[in-house]
Design a protein around this ligand. Structure first.
Ligand code: PGA
Length: 232
């Protein structure tokens, strides 16, 4: 089981240090923290397994505002999220760009959490599998079932909304994704201590990508404990 905390644009270095000091990772679960770029060094120094929230496909170049995989490696960062729905929706990232980012990160030796998920309109229009297929296949065709690749299924309508997919909805999509590429699949979208047991108990749910509830040590620890309990 892997529990990843996506801090989005929260916590600078000092709050990151405070979290690292207070957080004690429970036994029996892999835990990753994904802070903002400016807080990566503090997270690494604080002993956290640290992933970035994005990574560029080129090793270096004229790409203002971007960060490369070798730069992350130099800092002691062990992986990166790619294709988060906020990147896709708010910053125009495409399936093709996401696949390129994933490929470059894996080739540089980083782990990758590649996010996929349908919007509310797409789900209502019965297009969930179509959208998931397009997103997953573009990543799979670029990198295959790489041993450091993890997919995160995050229905866009469940992110930061308090609406969670039911465990049956999650299980169904997770099984579908595994039929396309055989890698671990995390669930993301309003995961909280109260719903973690139920979601993480599903056969094809291999962990969680947690946003809001990863910002507090107490709630994040509770979710990590659920994962450790369920695996044992
Ligand atoms: P949330 O975010 O847990 O706050 O819904 C999840 C994510 O965006 O990764």
């Amino acid at each position: 089981m892997l529990i990843a905390g996506n801090w989005k644009m929260f916590k600078g270095p000092s709050e990151t240090r405070a979290f690292a000091d207070a957080f004690d990772s429970p036994e029996g679960v892999d835990v990753v923290i994904c802070p903002a770029y400016v807080s990566l060094a503090a997270a690494v120094e604080g002993g956290l397994t640290t992933y970035a929230q994005n990574v560029h496909w080129a090793p270096e170049g004229a790409f203002t505002g971007e960060i490369s995989a070798p730069m992350l490696r130099e800092l002691g960062v062990q992986g990166a999220i790619v294709g988060h729905s906020e990147r896709r929706q708010l910053f125009g990232e495409t399936d093709e760009g996401v696949a390129r980012r994933a490929k470059a990160a894996l080739e540089a030796g980083l782990g990758v959490i590649a996010c996929v998920g349908e919007s509310e309109e797409e789900r209502e229009a019965g297009q969930t599998e179509l959208i998931i297929r397009l997103q997953v296949e573009s990543i799979r065709d670029a990198v295959g079932a790489h041993e450091r690749l993890v997919i995160a299924y995050e229905p866009v309508w469940a992110i930061g909304t308090g609406k969670t997919a039911t465990s049956d909805q999650a299980q169904e999509v997770h099984a579908f994704i595994k039929g396309l590429v055989d890698v671990p699949v995390l669930y993301g979208g309003s995961v909280k201590p109260e719903n973690a047991d139920e979601l993480l108990s599903q056969t094809d749910v291999d962990g969680a990508l947690v946003g809001g509830a990863s910002l507090e040590v107490e709630s994040f620890t509770a979710i990590c404990r659920s994962a450790a309990r369920i695996r044992s």
